[in-house]
Design a binder for this molecule. Sequence first.
Ligand SMILES: NC(=O)c1ccc[n+]([C@@H]2O[C@H](COP(=O)([O-])OP(=O)(O)OC[C@H]3O[C@@H](n4cnc5c(N)ncnc54)[C@H](OP(=O)(O)O)[C@@H]3O)[C@@H](O)[C@H]2O)c1
Length: 161
Amino acid sequence: MNIIVVVDENWNIGRDGGLLVHLPGDLKYFKEKTLGKTVVVGRKTLESFPGSKPLPGRRNIVLTRKERYKPEGCETCASKEELTRLLGNDTKDVFICGGQNVYGQFLEECDRYFVTKIYAAFDADRSFPELDSRQDLEIVWKSDTQEENGINYQFFEYKRK
Ligand SMILES: NC(=O)c1ccc[n+]([C@@H]2O[C@H](COP(=O)([O-])OP(=O)(O)OC[C@H]3O[C@@H](n4cnc5c(N)ncnc54)[C@H](OP(=O)(O)O)[C@@H]3O)[C@@H](O)[C@H]2O)c1
């Protein structure tokens, strides 16, 4: 199972229900990585997407405890256990896509982490656990530094050793 996330230099990820900054190159990377795969999001992250719509071309699974919440084009799960049953054993192509609440619950179950690091700091109210001091993870790939609208960022792939 995979995690994909974009963080700022303090490992912050969101503010006021949205992302910290608009980076088209990162959205393109996210699409390339997840197209044709399964994406798992919390209800609040689904509601942060344009029109609260699922991501096209992907199997969208939304975690929610609201019984009557059945967004079109999404499967819903009311617990981690239900999700585990729904996914079965083959989780190689499953991407946990946030937000903070959901990342926290699946951090230790994932073995690959696609992290976009933005080299800037933003005011934020949501964050992601810092990975660089973890001895059980290693960086297996990184891109060149990208630049968009004066903001530098870089793609990293961490793997469990
Ligand atoms: N930088 C990034 O890469 C990135 C990626 C994604 C999101 N974000 C940001 O993160 C923020 C949203 O994160 P968040 O922590 O507030 O919310 P979230 O994780 O997106 O959603 C939380 C909701 O998910 C449901 N949920 C969580 N765990 C569940 C479980 N085990 N079983 C059933 N339902 C469960 C609950 O929904 P109900 O209340 O409906 O029960 C809960 O309120 C936004 O600012 C967003 O833009 C950033």
